[in-house]
Ligand binder design. Structure first.
Ligand code: HEC
Length: 144
């Protein structure tokens, strides 16, 4: 009985959330995504290109970026803790450090090594970074 009630609440909540999110799109003047067909889709493609063209343009833009520019895009996920301009916050200030220092620190965290008392906060962050990500982030921070 309890399970049935839980399922019923879950279904009703789902319907409400779906309704609110689609109606909000219309309030903002955006046609809801699943209604953009025919003329709407033709207009979208004329303005933005097809999805394939957009992905190709993104890849070309990324290929043309310098390591520091790529590092800047990767640094977005660090800003919550290290500050928008790496000025520090929850985590220490990074601006002013050279790339060798940053690369060494990130490789230590990536290997679950301890540097300071809060190193555990960095393990989950550094773990997924590739060697190229780490080099790019180092180049970006050195450029600040
Ligand atoms: C959840 C918050 C958080 C996020 C997100 C985060 N950091 Fe950190 N970071 C910290 C903390 C806290 C420390 C200090 C860790 C310690 O005690 O060793 C730290 C330390 C560092 C250090 C060593 C600094 C020094 O002076 O020793 C570097 C380099 C660093 N982080 C880079 C990054 C990069 C690059 C990212 C994004 C990919 C990132 N951090 C994301 C919290 C965070």
């Amino acid at each position: 009985m309890k399970n049935l009630l839980a399922i019923a609440i879950f279904v009703v909540a789902g319907i409400i959330v779906t309704f609110i999110s689609t109606s909000r799109l219309e309030i903002q003047g955006q046609p809801s995504a699943n209604k953009c067909v025919g003329e709407c889709y033709a207009d979208y493609v004329a303005a933005n290109g097809t999805i394939v063209e957009q992905e190709r343009a993104k890849a070309e833009a990324a290929a043309a970026m310098s390591p520091a520019q790529l590092g800047k895009t990767a640094f977005v996920s660090c800003q919550a803790c290290h500050g928008v301009s790496a000025e520090g916050g929850v985590g220490p200030q990074l601006a002013g450090s050279d790339s060798a220092f940053i690369i060494d620190a990130l490789n230590t965290y990536k290997a679950s090594g301890t540097r300071g008392a809060q190193s555990a906060l960095m393990w989950g962050v550094a773990g997924p970074l590739s060697e190229a990500d780490i080099a790019n982030i180092g180049a970006y921070i050195q450029s600040l």
